[in-house]
Design a binder for this molecule. Structure first.
Ligand SMILES: Cc1cc2nc3c(=O)[nH]c(=O)nc-3n(C[C@H](O)[C@H](O)[C@H](O)COP(=O)(O)OP(=O)(O)OC[C@H]3O[C@@H](n4cnc5c(N)ncnc54)[C@H](O)[C@@H]3O)c2cc1C
Length: 416
């Protein structure tokens, strides 16, 4: 005999947990099912920890021929291509290229702005109720540049964000060092985004939200989402505690979302941008107070509970290819010349997979043709940022409330 709930949320990452909390707050009984049976055990564990209130413009595919060539030859440290994966990922890359035109980039910023505007408010509301406010740190983050060219491009990008509400301070070297005295002589200056909040432990933050969900009567079960099948007016999924049926099911499986959807006959142009992290001990008493992006080299260093976490940009490979240390090994020397990094603290690099649609916007809303199935995935570089606000939008749609953001641009049908 199957146990029953109103909604089963598939996936216990930041996206699934946030959707579950918002649905619960609207009176739904909710069970989260995850194959690991733990909260934020995958992508939501290892990110750079920034709630990016300045993140309105998508990370686009290069358009200038010189830049494309540099990226294609793996000469641009901001990205890394695994050549043997190209035949498999080329269709996604082509769609990503097409969606990266200047006009589409602007259109994307207009759409994403509406979600991004609410992202911090939603995090703060969760954190307040969960008692995890101290896990959200003030002080923003800084884009550091090494050259005049880097400075010009950072400034041009930031100015573009102004009409979308992005605010920043330009820092010369003295001002930068006043905030972060342990940066090396290579740091010429920076752009300080003061509004974003950051966390020293993304998994602990997601866990605190999940604890709130559990304390309010929610449940987390271990199970494989790929067992999901239509059953009567709803869905049934197999869990360690037996079958669980629900009227509605939410797909929040991050980079694994398309596996389930394909088995249900729904194909979306889905891809991943992989990324790694490594923790380092600080040199002596040195440290950082906030995340810093080394702009021209394309990696971030964030002060985390475990040490200084260096996170890489995009690795283009198949989702399930074995991890490679190539990108991190390439970036680590740049990190060592800019930051006070001492010995590595992890036995091997952590690998994460950013779930992406080619237009770099998430899918939030009902699944086409599959009644009672709802989608909430594809948050690419910004899943920590957008988890709580995406959960709100989805829950509003599922309960027939007036939505706080126009959901139309996030519908799966945009890929038809
Ligand atoms: C290096 C790096 C740095 C980043 N930095 C930032 C940042 O600073 N700010 C930001 O906003 N975002 C950042 N991101 C992006 C962000 O981490 C992701 O967008 C976000 O974590 C995605 O969350 P999710 O819940 O969709 O996926 P996940 O966290 O991966 O959760 C998916 C869940 O589904 C479960 N699952 C998978 N398959 C099954 C199955 N068959 N059955 C049951 N369960 C299953 C998994 O166990 C997992 O718990 C970064 C990402 C990377 C890789």
């Amino acid at each position: 005999m199957a146990s029953t709930t109103d909604v089963v949320v598939l996936g216990a990452g930041m996206i699934g947990v946030s959707a579950a909390l918002h649905l619960q707050a609207r009176g739904r009984s909710v069970v989260i099912v995850d194959r690991l049976g733990v909260v934020a055990g995958e992508t939501s564990l290892g990110n750079s920890g920034i709630v990016q209130t300045e993140a309105v413009f998508p990370y686009t595919f290069p358009r200038a021929p010189g830049e494309i060539l540099k990226a294609a030859l793996n000469r641009d440290p901001r990205a890394h291509i695994k050549y043997s994966a190209l035949p498999s990922i080329a269709p996604f890359l082509w769609r990503y290229f097409l969606a990266s035109s200047p006009a589409k980039r602007l259109a994307s910023a207009r759409v994403m702005r509406r979600l991004v505007e609410l992202c911090l408010i939603e995090h703060q509301a969760f954190a307040r109720e969960a008692g995890s406010g101290p896990l959200l740190r003030e002080g923003g983050w800084i884009k550091v540049f090494r050259t005049t060219r880097g400075e010009d491009s950072a400034l041009a990008d930031a100015e573009e964000g102004r009409p979308y509400g992005v605010t920043f301070d330009m820092l010369n070297r003295e001002q930068l060092l006043a905030l972060e005295p342990h940066l090396s002589e290579l740091a010429r200056g920076g752009l300080h985004f003061k509004q974003p909040m950051t966390t020293s432990d993304p998994q602990a933050l997601a866990k605190s939200y999940a604890d709130l969900f559990l304390a309010r009567g929610g449940r987390l079960l271990k199970g494989d989402a790929r067992s999901l099948a239509a059953s009567g007016p709803g869905w049934v999924v197999t869990t360690e505690e037996g079958p669980l049926s629900a009227r509605d099911a939410v797909v929040a499986l991050g980079p694994w979302s398309d596996e389930l959807l394909r088995s249900l006959g729904l194909r979306l142009p889905f891809g991943v941008k992989r990324g790694y992290h490594m923790h380092y001990a600080p040199r002596g008493n040195a440290g950082l107070s906030r995340p810093i992006l080394d702009l021209e080299k394309g990696y971030l260093v964030t002060p985390m509970a475990r040490g200084l976490r260096l996170t890489t940009g995009a690795e283009f490979a198949r989702r399930d290819d074995p991890p490679s240390s190539a990108h991190l090994d390439r970036l680590e020397p740049f990190g060592r010349e800019m930051f006070p990094l001492a010995e590595r603290r992890d036995a091997k690099p952590w690998l994460g997979r950013r779930p992406c649609l080619p237009d770099m916007a998430p899918v939030i809303g009902p699944a086409p043709r599959l009644k009672g199935l709802w989608l909430d995935f594809g948050h690419q570089h910004w899943g920590l940022t957008l988890g709580p606000v995406s959960g709100r939008l989805l829950a509003e749609m599922m309960t027939g409330e007036r939505t706080s953001v126009d959901p139309a641009p996030f519908r799966a049908e945009r890929f038809r």
